[in-house]
Design a protein around this ligand. Structure first.
Ligand SMILES: Nc1nc2c(ncn2[C@@H]2O[C@H](COP(=O)(O)OP(=O)(O)OP(=O)(O)O)[C@@H](O)[C@H]2O)c(=O)[nH]1
Ligand SMILES: [Mg+2]
Length: 584
């Protein structure tokens, strides 16, 4: 028989803290967002939350700190994300809201019983009741409550059903300060008891599977799963690429370049006298010209559409299913199918993708995925930049850049898998229910990401543009250009002023591409510039995350390697393309 757990550091505020615990993907983050009014990202796959978030609010005159933590299957953490949850639990709380997935009662109760080993009152939120109903699952709430010795409340978090009642019960529990009935069971005793409870309280009535459940199964079988995946990919590309182009050239560019920018330029020119300062604001690289055009007209359409599509795919539960289909391919890169989610997120931004790897229990997998995303996966802002630079000029070069990216992912992935010590974790990929995304949570998520982009990207982009303006207006570009001439002109075959791309690319990845837009470049030069930008150093925010997650040494090695890779292959493309063009 084990001993019950002692709470380690009794936090002074912990008596007002309510901890949301539960298995992954049971709705904790949705409950957190609904109860606190703070928006945290939720998605339909395991491992969405990888750190904790605290939300303070007052409820019925009680000051409450609600804490959302990553999901965990057991309290013996196997990944950095699960460690966060277990650490928070050990710090103690006034009460725990244990969220249970009504469609997976047995596995969820296993964790519920482990929580009973801690000296804290628990209230149970039996969530996803709508999906349970759809699947013919009925649960005897009173019976379950008796078996657990605590209140059990049926909830549908996405529709805010039952959540107030859960909060009421949690507040009641921590105010009552009743003696807690600690129950410590061995693993075998626990599973046996859980099995008995499920048998008693749960009835599963056979229902003809609904279309959405059938679709969920089809998406994982090679047929029709692969054709479905191809249709999904085509739709994603159509929406992001086609929609992005339409939004950019038909709506945003005319509004910004023919409306907003001329008005601003005119106003500023009237107030500020001719000189360097005016040029910094509204000159060729003016902050008020490029600082509006680049992020809002050229990048934003792709970012917005990508996040709409990604959020929909995330909330539907399709991504882990895609992971099952591509497991065999990804495994060759040392990344079992479960890594599909952070990998795809990398096409949005490398920062959440790298943070997302915290849910993985294998350091080797985390490092391979991080390396691939830092090196060869263009983020959505960079994609916007590539489409702006290449879309109208040469679709061939555009396809070439993405092919190079794909080849690099495969070659580097296979090589790292062979070179790095350690093992990939076996595929533990939980397949969630296929759900129709809830409009409210979907909009909120898109808004969080868009806001994040506007704050996180716009400020560094403005700084980068200001730096570029300063470098050009002061003539400093000649000094840099001359210093880098052998590399930029000699090896890469680019004009001297393209050195600016190498400087700005350090700030943000798309800034390695954007300056090329206004230069009169040949097709070969555009191709070289794009390949360099594709592999070039991860931007500053990614570098900071790399240091945080993998320490300075790994961050420096990765960044150094990506720079070397970018310059080496950029040069090779230049030499080969020039040689071929000379033949004709
Ligand atoms: N239909 C339905 N969907 C729900 C309900 N509660 C949550 N969801 C959806 O289930 C998915 C998982 O929700 P999250 O809040 O991210 O789950 P989580 O427990 O925080 O997951 P982790 O952070 O991975 O531990 C999301 O797509 C939600 O929109 C519900 O009651 N009914
Ligand atoms: Mg969560």
């Amino acid at each position: 028989m084990k001993k019950c757990h002692q709470i380690e550091e009794k936090n002074v505020d912990s008596k007002n803290a309510i901890l949301l615990m539960g298995n992954p993907n049971v709705g904790k983050s949705v409950i957190f967002s609904k109860l606190t009014g703070m928006n945290v990202i939720s998605a339909n796959y395991t491992g969405t939350t990888v750190t904790f978030t605290k939300g303070d609010f007052t409820y019925k005159n009680e000051k409450i700190s609600l804490i959302d933590v990553p999901g965990t299957y057991t309290l013996e953490a196997t990944s950095p994300a699960e460690e966060v949850a277990v650490d928070m639990l050990k710090q103690g709380a006034g009460a725990i809201i244990c969220v249970l997935d009504a469609t997976n009662l047995e596995r969820n109760l296993n964790l519920a019983f482990q929580l009973k080993e801690y000296n804290m009152p628990i209230v149970y939120s039996l969530n996803l009741m709508d999906v349970a109903e759809r699947q013919g699952i009925t649960i005897d709430i009173d019976g379950l409550s008796k078996a657990l010795g605590a209140p059990v409340i049926e909830t549908v978090a996405t529709h805010n059903k039952g959540l107030k009642k859960v909060l009421d019960e949690a507040v009641k529990a921590f105010k009552a300060q009743e003696e807690i009935q600690i129950e410590v069971l061995s693993k075998e005793e626990r599973w046996k008891k859980v099995g008995e409870i499920c048998e008693k309280v749960q009835t599963i009535e056979y229902r003809e599977p609904k279309f959405i459940d059938k679709l969920g199964d089809w998406t994982m079988q090679p047929f029709p799963g692969i054709p479905i995946a191809i249709v999904v990919l085509a739709l994603v590309l159509g929406i992001v690429v086609g929609g992005g182009k339409a939004l950019r050239s038909l709506v945003l560019l005319p509004i910004i370049n023919e409306g907003i920018v001329p008005i601003i330029t005119d106003l500023v020119s009237r107030i500020i006298p001719e000189g360097v300062f005016l040029k910094l604001l509204v000159g060729d690289f003016g902050v008020l010209v490029k600082g509006i055009e680049w992020p809002f007209a050229l990048i934003l359409p792709y970012v917005l559409l990508f996040y709409i599509v990604l959020s929909f795919l995330e909330d539907s539960g399709y991504l882990p299913r895609l992971g099952v289909l591509v497991d065999g391919i990804l495994r060759k890169l040392g990344l079992p199918g479960g890594n599909i989610v952070p990998f795809i997120m990398g096409y949005g931004c490398a920062v959440p993708a790298i943070l997302g790897t915290r849910a993985s229990s294998s350091y080797k997998e985390r490092l391979i995925l991080t390396s691939l995303v830092s090196l060869a996966v263009p983020c959505t802002a960079q994609t916007g930049a590539f489409f702006s630079l290449l879309g109208d000029r040469s679709v061939f070069v555009l396809i070439f850049v993405y092919m190079i990216s794909f080849v690099a992912i495969v070659v580097v992935g296979v090589a790292l898998n062979k070179m790095l010590p350690g093992k990939s974790a076996p595929m533990l990929l939980e397949i969630p229910n296929l759900l129709m995304p809830s409009k409210g949570t979907l909009f909120k998520k898109i808004w969080i990401r868009l806001k994040h982009f506007l704050v996180e990207a716009e400020v560094p982009m403005m700084i980068g543009i200001l730096l570029a303006a300063l470098i050009f207006e002061t003539g400093f570009i000649n000094v840099i250009g001359t210093a880098l001439e052998p590399l930029v002109v000699g090896w890469l075959g680019l004009p001297k002023e393209a050195s600016i791309s190498l400087l700005l690319g350090i700030i943000r990845r798309e800034l390695a591409v954007m300056p090329l837009l206004d230069m009169d470049l040949s097709i070969i030069q555009v191709m070289v510039g794009s390949v360099v930008a594709l592999f070039y150093i991860p931007c500053l925010s990614v570098f900071i995350v790399l240091v945080k997650e993998f320490k300075l040494k790994v961050a420096l090695i990765l960044s150094g390697t990506t720079i070397a890779f970018a310059l080496f292959f950029g040069g090779i493309v230049n030499q080969v393309a020039t040689f071929i063009s000379n033949l004709f």
